[in-house]
Design a protein around this ligand. Structure first.
Ligand SMILES: [Fe+2]
Ligand SMILES: [Fe+2]
Length: 170
């Protein structure tokens, strides 16, 4: 499904359902894939034997991205999503506005997208070199899936969830 179709579809659904979808689909996948990518990076570096120096840089970017994303997902799950659910039920949430958490989370999205750009540069858009080990190829395939999923995930939050949540705010 195209990203725009997804956005149009979620533009009218209850926000609680969109949050359920974000959690069940994108948060779950990101957590599983971040751990998988960490394992694959270790295996790729080991199998490569130092032939491709970019693997070390990829590992550094991924370590940072992984740490940031785990904290980011927790902030959404523990702060913003419960607040939006409460606002949608018309109950407010101790008078809190979603504006401040949204501002912080969108800055984190920008940084995650910047890190994905760095990964695309380092991996030549996830195209493994001609002489690459199977571990190296498996890592690039896993990174391409992580990247594609994060793009949709961030688009749904920035373009659909956040503006609609701000409209609900008192
Ligand atoms: Fe999220
Ligand atoms: Fe997010």
């Amino acid at each position: 499904m195209q990203a725009t179709e997804t956005a149009a579809e979620w533009g009218v659904a209850p926000l609680g359902l969109l949050i359920d979808h974000l959690l069940a689909t994108h948060h779950t996948f990101t957590k599983v894939q971040l751990e998988r990518v960490a394992r694959l990076t270790g295996a790729a570096v080991l199998a490569d034997g130092g032939r491709h120096a970019e693997l070390d840089e990829i590992r550094d970017v991924l370590d940072e991205l992984r740490e940031e994303l785990w904290r980011h997902l927790a902030r959404e799950e523990e702060v913003l999503f419960p607040l939006i659910r409460a606002l949608e039920r018309g109950r407010g949430h101790h008078g809190l506005s979603p504006a401040w958490p949204i501002e912080v989370l969108e800055l984190e999205h920008s940084h995650a997208l910047y890190m994905l750009d760095r990964l695309r540069d380092l991996t030549h858009d996830y195209q493994a070199p001609t002489i690459a080990t199977p571990e190296h190829r498996a890592l690039y395939d896993a990174l391409a899936s992580l990247d594609a999923d994060l793009e949709t995930h961030i688009m749904l939050e920035n373009d659909v969830l956040h503006p609609r949540a701000l409209d609900l705010a008192p």
